[in-house]
Design a binder for this molecule. Structure first.
Ligand code: MTE
Ligand code: CO
Length: 424
């Protein structure tokens, strides 16, 4: 779809945008309608008002309202051969704030969920250490604990979108990301207990799942801010997320965050022969590959409106909202355009702005009912600006799968229906 399809917007509208006034509205566009006679939601007594509801023993572990039953993880069956070595996606279009509820965090497994009895699980440290050690889960809980909010993004997030607009919904284009508060112990404290031998420069992290997934991590990162986490959002990790323990590698690609962690081996070079370590590279047009592209670069997406969250209320106040994140610290600014990038307006970042965490942004917009080409563009505190997809393809070709942080475009039709498109 080309930009010329966009219905024209008057010059006065443009001037308003330039002046940064798009977010301020005249009164009367947002609030409730005038009291209408005969609205049964007002005049009738509803069932929930007439009868007592379930008691406190009805749900020992609470669940969302049945009216929220469509807010679920979803997979794309044709994407992978079977659901055991596969992925599902966070319903970003239906969430707000920066924290992902535990039951909605996307899952990526190479051999399904390991169902581990914590009493029979150990963490072993070996290789270039003074004293090889084995920890029980109770041992780990006796280290000083720390709480940190971090996003985790799979390097393959948006991977289907390299060559063009593919999947109709931010759940599918961007839903391989989640953000929770982890409780755990600093990896450096656990490594210090074993004592590092001179020459130790790399760490191999190994999972206890049937894939025994392993990744090499440079020791510098391991000693900087990595954690061994045992809780997320205040409760034990979910089995899907690595119960009883997982590695947390802030800002770096999700594959390194080894779940069901059972072993850490210290060495003097990366374990290149291991499949996962060598696989996560970016093949360039030249035939060369980028390696060691660990930090997830600055990225954003408008979560609403989006294909799964169309505009249902017609013209008037439209709350545009989305997420931005970077593996290089904090997000400094998010700009939003409604005209495919001709004019940009700074959005409002609301909520905590934490390094390596999701940031929530909003732009309150007075929609005149014309078609929109919506985009968001994030800038991180290091000054990195989220690139266009064309700029990414110019730099890397179109063989890549991983590390697509390009700007996403949503086309909002006059009927409020939203589609995934590309414009150039
Ligand atoms: N760890 C183990 N042991 N096995 C796995 O299959 N998948 C990795 C990583 N850690 C994986 C793993 C990948 S590719 C990603 S993106 C993240 O876990 C996904 O974490 P999540 O399932 O908590 O979202
Ligand atoms: Co991944």
């Amino acid at each position: 779809m080309s930009q010329s399809n966009e219905s024209a917007q008057g010059p006065s509208r443009r001037r308003l945008l330039k002046a940064g006034l798009a977010g301020t509205l005249a009164g009367g566009l947002v609030t409730g309608r005038a009291l209408a006679a005969g609205d049964p939601a007002i005049t009738d007594i509803q069932d929930w008002n007439r009868y007592s509801g379930p008691g406190v023993d009805a749900q020992p572990y609470g669940t969302p309202s049945p009216y929220e039953k469509t807010v679920i993880r979803r997979n794309v069956p044709w994407l992978t051969a079977d659901p055991v070595s596969s992925v599902n996606f966070t319903p970003l279009h239906a969430l707000d704030g920066i924290i992902t509820p535990n039951g909605l965090c996307f899952e990526r497994h190479h051999a399904g969920v390991a169902e581990i009895d914590p009493a029979a699980h150990r963490l072993m440290i070996n290789g270039l250490v003074e004293t090889p050690l084995v920890f029980t889960m109770a041992d780990l809980a006796r280290f000083p604990r720390t709480n940190r909010i971090y996003f985790l993004e799979c390097a393959a997030n948006s991977g289907m979108e390299w060559r063009g607009a593919q999947l109709n919904g931010c759940q599918f284009t961007h839903g391989m990301v989640h953000c929770v508060m982890y409780t755990g112990v600093p990896l450096r404290a656990v490594l210090a207990e074993a004592g590092l031998k001179p020459g130790a420069t790399w760490l191999l992290a190994e999972g206890a799942d049937a894939a025994a997934m392993t990744r090499s991590i440079p020791l510098e990162k391991a000693l900087d801010d990595c954690m061994i986490a045992f809780a997320m959002n205040g409760e034990a990790l979910r089995p899907e997320q690595g119960y009883p323990i997982r590695l947390v590698v802030p800002g770096w690609e999700g594959n390194m965050w080894v779940k069901w962690l059972r072993r850490l081996e210290l060495g003097d070079q990366p374990w290149q022969q291991r499949e996962e370590t060598s696989k996560y590279t970016d093949l360039l047009a030249s035939g060369k590959a980028r390696r060691f592209t660990w930090a997830m670069e600055v990225k954003s997406v408008i979560t609403s409106p989006s294909p799964q969250a169309p505009v249902r209320h017609g013209r008037g106040r439209l709350v545009i909202s989305g997420l931005a994140w970077t593996g290089n610290g904090r997000i400094a600014q998010v700009d939003v355009t409604i005209d495919g990038g001709r004019n940009w307006t700074a959005a409002r970042i609301d909520g905590p702005s934490l390094p390596h965490a999701l940031h929530r942004f909003y732009l309150e917009h007075d929609w005149d009912g014309s078609a929109l080409f919506l985009q968001s563009r994030a800038i991180d505190e290091k000054g990195y600006v989220q690139p266009t997809k064309d700029a990414l393809r110019a730099a890397r070709g179109s063989n890549s799968i991983y590390h697509n942080n390009g700007i996403q475009t949503w086309y909002v039709g006059t009927d409020g229906v939203v589609e995934n498109v590309e414009i150039s």
